[in-house]
Design a binder for this molecule. Structure first.
Ligand code: ATP
Length: 352
């Protein structure tokens, strides 16, 4: 039997009273994939995860796992394990008791539980902490304990809801790499909720971007970064995200803040058209001619810097080397490679 599940959501609608949290979600997660659900707060990610877990009933649509309709199956019947942001460990039980709890619930013999607990704890490097209670663990160790409890039943689907959000920045980086390694070695399918796009970009094979209860784009992190499908996705992905400026597209190029700039062939409109021009901070440069801008302030990160500029009353960010050699208040011009230009229809927000 495959250790990983294929998961499909078909036309999922979820309402809370008169509020619709999910407006018809369609999604397929392939066996063994590390799949991220990414989106701003309140966009419906956790609701989707809870529906996968069987913790939340749907108002319409189907949940299908390995070809079987599990829409109305109880959580215990789904072969899934969930790790929450809060870890949800039992404070009065030892680490071993916590990890073994799901096995105890299904009536496994104590000796077998002991073996399984030791194996799971070893996989996340907490084999030496089995006799402690959660209150005697660091945040990172508690998180590993929650992971061990999730993997002890060898589920086919791993559901993770912001599992790293309680860790400090450094531990978070280390743990996300380990989590990825663990998921690979177990061969289990994982669905991972996060509002942190950098986290999603670095761990996920593919991801779905949620906005207001809808999935607006599905793809690899690279695809979504390179070709955001809407202005909203463009404004959400990237650190810092893409600069977006109102512009007018015509056969001659794109008119922005009084400057006419080149865009890639194929983008040219036959008539003038109102658009949003998107350029990533790393694709902008200071040039002798181009979009007029004024330097506001510079954020220096040691090995790189972000130059904050003003273009027609709007903040624009440019990624530069360690010493951009610019002064606050200085007037400059901005240019970009036509290949770095993203164009979106101003009215619909859709990528052109
Ligand atoms: P976050 O990153 O903040 O956790 P999310 O994308 O996971 O956000 P959900 O928790 O899925 O968002 O919530 C989606 C929407 O549904 C939100 O607007 C939320 O307020 C609403 N919602 C969730 N649960 C309930 C409930 N029990 N009753 C009413 N509204 C709810």
């Amino acid at each position: 039997m495959s250790p990983s599940a294929n998961v499909r959501l078909e036309g999922i609608v979820k309402k809370h009273g008169s509020f619709t949290a999910l407006h018809g979600i369609d999604l397929e997660v392939r066996p063994g994939e590390f799949f991220a659900l990414l989106g701003p707060s309140g966009s419906g990610k956790t609701t989707t995860l809870r529906i996968l877990a069987g913790l939340e009933a749907v108002d319409a649509g189907r949940v299908v796992m390995d070809g079987v309709d599990v829409t109305h199956a109880q959580p215990g019947e789904r072969d899934v394990a969930m790790v929450f942001q809060s870890y949800a460990l039992y404070p009065h039980m030892t680490v071993a008791g916590n990890i073994g709890f799901p096995l105890k619930m299904v009536g496994m013999a104590p000796a077998q539980i002991d073996t399984a607990v030791r194996e799971a704890a070893a996989k996340v490097d907490i084999g030496h902490l089995l006799d402690r209670r959660p209150g005697q663990l660091s945040g990172g160790q508690q998180q590993r304990c929650a992971l061990a409890r999730a993997i002890v039943r060898q589920p086919k689907l791993f559901l993770l809801d912001e599992p790293l959000s309680n860790l400090d920045a450094k531990l978070r980086l280390e743990t996300r790499a380990e989590l990825r390694k663990l998921q690979r070695s177990l061969g289990v399918t994982a669905v991972y909720v996060t509002h942190d796009q950098e986290e999603a970009m670095t761990v996920a094979d593919r991801m779905a971007v949620f906005m207001e209860g809808r999935i607006v784009q599905v793809g690899t992190p690279h695809e979504i970064f390179r070709k955001p499908a809407t202005v909203a996705v463009a404004g959400f992905i990237g650190t810092p995200p893409m600069n977006l400026l109102p512009a007018v597209l015509s056969p001659a190029g794109v008119q922005v803040a009084g400057a006419l700039m080149d865009v890639q062939a194929g983008h040219g409109a036959e008539n003038s058209r109102e658009v949003m021009l998107g350029v990533r901070p790393g694709d902008l440069r200071i040039a002798p001619q181009g979009i007029p801008a004024r330097v506001e302030f510079i954020e220096d990160f040691g090995d790189s810097s972000i130059v904050n500029l003003e273009v027609e009353g709007q903040r624009v960010k440019l990624r530069a080397g360690e010493t951009p050699g610019l002064n606050e208040g200085e007037r400059v011009h901005l240019a970009f490679d036509p290949r770095g230009a993203h164009l979106f229809d101003r009215a619909s927000g859709l990528r052109i």
